[in-house]
Structure formats: C-alpha cells, structure tokens
Ligand binder design. Structure first.
Ligand code: A4P
Ligand code: MG
Length: 169
C-alpha cells in the first residue's frame, strides 16, 4: 500500500450576500445614517456598499428611515449569518420589541448567491424585498443583473416595477 497522500485542504467556497440595513432611531453612534455606517463596518468582508438613502416609513412608525445595502462575502451559511447579524443588532442596543417598531439597526438578508433558503425563522430571498423601493433602489445600484431565484426577474426589473407604482419612494 502506498503511503496516504495528504488531501488538500477543503476550500470553503464563500457565498455572496446582499444585506439590507435600516435605522430610524438614534443610537450611540449618532443619527440613523451614522448607525448604518457603523453597522457596515461591523459586517466584515464587504465587497460593495450602496449610498445611504432616506425613506418614508412603511408601516406604523412615523420616523423617517435611513436605508442602505451591502454586499458581503463569507463562508457562513444563511442560518449562521443570521445568528451573527442578530448579535450585531443586539450590540447596537436593539431589543426585541414591537414588530416594525423604531429601531437603531435592522439587518436583513435579502439575497444569497446560493439561491433560495428556508428554515424555521429564516427565508431567503427576504419575503418582502420585491416591493420595497428602499431596498431595491440601493440594491439595483450594486447588482442590477442579479436574478431573484424565485421570480426569475432581475433586480433592475424589480426596481423599475416598484418605481412605476410608487414614483416617490
Ligand atoms: N427572518 C426571516 N427571514 C429573514 C431574513 N431574510 N433576514 C426573521 C432577516 N430576518 C429574517 O425580524 C423578525 C424575524 O424575521 C427575525 O427574527 C428572523 O428570524 P426582526 O428584524 O427581528 O423584526 P422586524 O425587522 O421588526 O420584522 P421584519 O418582518 O424583519 O420587518 P422588516 O421586513 O425588516 O421591516 N420602512 C422603511 N422606509 N425602511 C425600513 O427599513 N423596515 C421595516 C421593518 C418597516 N418599515 C420600513 C423599514
Ligand atoms: Mg428585520
């Protein structure tokens, strides 16, 4: 028997994710725009970041939001990434509260290069991103040709159809 040849180390193929960031409350870094910038810095392995936009609140809150999107690269699967995002949210002082309540930081997984993922408490692509101008606008600036694995439409197409319905958002 020939001596065993050592196997090459398994390369963990990194995934690319689009993460949406939202804030409509001051925190220890300052105004919502500052909170977004600080959270971007904590995501790690950022390959692209959108500008931060101001958007009218969707839902019960009456405070304006700052929103942005980041692309990151990481070997984590979506479930592991969500655990890390929740930890970052907590470190920003976010506490579980009313759904859609004012928040210092909200971090949502919008898209994953691996396609679709569904597990208890996590759906990727994000269930509501297709109708949200404050996600699609910044996202279209970064990855206009990325296709939503469920509808087959590109981000640019999704952004255009939201624009046509709500030209001011
Ligand atoms: N969850 C399931 N799928 C995902 C995913 N893809 N990414 C679960 C992140 N989380 C996901 O979220 C509730 C639970 O959703 C999580 O525990 C996770 O298991 P949360 O962040 O704890 O609570 P939430 O943010 O209040 O609820 P939700 O449903 O995530 O609300 P959204 O969709 O984040 O909307 N208006 C403007 N202009 N800009 C905004 O950013 N955001 C919201 C909140 C409402 N209105 C807004 C904005
Ligand atoms: Mg959320």
């Amino acid at each position: 028997m020939s001596p065993a040849t050592p196997l090459p180390p398994i390369a963990l193929a990194p995934s690319t994710y689009a993460i949406a960031l939202g804030s409509n409350r001051r925190g220890r870094h300052g105004a919502p725009e500052r909170e977004i910038a600080a959270a971007m810095d904590m995501l790690g392995n950022i390959i692209a970041r959108s500008p931060t936009v101001a958007s009218a609140p969707l839902g019960p809150s009456n405070r304006r939001y700052a929103n942005a999107v980041a692309l990151i690269e990481t070997p984590e699967d979506p479930a592991a990434l969500l655990v890390r995002l929740k930890r970052i949210e907590r470190s920003f002082g976010r506490r579980p509260g009313r759904r859609w309540g004012s928040r210092v930081i909200d971090l949502d997984i919008i898209l994953w290069s691996g396609g679709a993922w569904s597990s208890p408490g996590l759906t990727v692509p994000h269930a509501a991103f297709r109708t949200r101008g404050f996600v699609l606008g910044p996202l279209a600036g970064l990855v206009p040709t990325w296709r939503d694995p469920l509808s087959g439409r590109t981000i640019r197409q999704l952004a255009q159809s939201v624009d046509r319905k709500r030209p001011r958002d």
